[in-house]
Design a protein around this ligand. Structure first.
Ligand code: PHE
Length: 357
């Protein structure tokens, strides 16, 4: 019995798995186990022998049993410890953000432009998308016969038969908001007006609805130099570059005099656009000094006040900044496109926090 006891306690001590332990239990206490066979021998013994051997065997059986139970518990604890080590988790880590949808590049760029001009003291103004032809054309020095009306591929609304008033239009640019804001607030004024505009045109870089942001600064002493500085600051901040060359090209708009279209220096090396370097120029906006007739139409005295205006295509600068090749995809509502080009919903662009990061 002592031999059996020493043997099994030793083997149990060395067991390293629950299945090994089960094998030992069967070898010792199973039907044909060594200890069970000894129990069977009791029948052949004399009553005196049985009296000492019986309790001793039972005690051995109990001892082996409890050694098995204790070892099984120990093996279980070890397995649990092992698992806990493997599945260790740092509950102090910040939560992993699950994006709530995403921000469309147009909204993102509108926010970026707004943040930049807000920093220069411009506030945001808005106007209707269905506009009278007075605000969209006449007040902006585009009279009825003017070729700009035809050039803009205007969408006209329908008038009932016999109604001879001029039809409303879907605004072809954000410039009518200049007139509305001056009428409502007078001069001096410093505003930007982002919003949707409409022209009947459709190809890779044109869609019938697109977005512009208008800028307007009117005061007693605003010059072309102020326009130039503002636009340079804007382009540097927007494209997130330290240096950028702008080219002011003489142009013509009925509502500004003089007028300039503005190009930025860029390169297309390797098929990707880099702003601020290279030998190419890319037109990004129209601008000029507000025409005295426009100020007059808005009730502002052009002998006292003057200033500049500009209009930027939001979609266009979004395509440039974020390398988006086809304008039409902006409005397809393709979720894969939106996930790829969209922005995190909680990252609000600011100048101090970063525009696009
Ligand atoms: N309204 C012009 C356009 O849509 C842009 C512009 C705005 C030009 C203001 C000069 C000044 O093309």
């Amino acid at each position: 019995m002592d031999v059996l006891k020493a043997k099994y306690l030793d083997l149990i001590g060395k067991a390293d798995s629950e299945s090994g332990l089960e094998d030992l239990r069967i070898a010792a206490l199973g039907k044909k186990g060594e200890i069970s066979l000894q129990m069977r021998e009791l029948g052949k013994m004399s009553p005196e022998e049985r009296q000492t051997a019986g309790p001793a065997l039972n005690a051995l059986k109990d001892e082996i049993n409890s050694a098995l139970v204790a070892k099984k518990a120990a093996l279980g604890d070890a397995a649990l410890d092992e698992r806990l080590r493997g599945e260790w988790l740092d509950v102090t880590l910040p939560a992993r953000g699950r994006p709530l949808g995403s921000i469309h590049p147009i909204s993102q760029v509108t926010e970026e432009v707004t943040a930049i001009f807000a920093d220069m003291g411009f506030s945001v103004a808005e106007g209707p998308q269905i506009e009278s032809d007075w605000y969209n054309f006449d007040a902006l020095n585009i009279p009825g016969h003017h070729p700009a009306r035809a050039e803009m591929d205007t969408f006209y609304t329908h008038r009932a038969e016999g109604d001879n008033r001029p039809p409303h239009v879907l605004r072809t640019h954000t410039s009518p908001v200049q007139i509305r804001s001056l009428e409502a607030n007078g001069a001096p004024i410093r505003i930007i007006c982002p919003g949707r505009v409409y022209r009947a045109d459709y190809d890779q870089t044109h869609t019938p609805m697109f977005h512009q942001v208008e800028g307007l600064a009117i005061d007693k002493d605003i010059s072309m130099a102020n326009l130039k500085w503002c636009l340079e600051e804007f382009v540097k901040a927007f494209f997130e570059v330290d240096q950028v060359d702008l080219r002011f090209r003489a142009s013509h708009f009925p509502f500004t005099e003089p007028s300039a279209e503005v190009d930025i220096r860029c390169s297309w090396e390797g098929g990707t656009l880099k702003v601020g370097e290279g030998d190419d120029w890319l037109e990004i906006l129209g601008s000029g000094m507000v025409h005295p007739k426009v100020l007059q139409a808005a009730g502002v005295d052009p002998s006292v006040y003057q200033g500049f205006a500009f209009g930027v295509g939001i979609d266009r600068i979004a395509m440039l900044k974020y390398g988006i090749p086809d304008l039409r995809a902006f409005f397809d509502s393709d979720l894969r496109w939106l996930r790829h080009y969209g922005f995190r919903s909680l990252d609000v662009p600011t100048l101090h926090g970063g525009l696009s990061k």
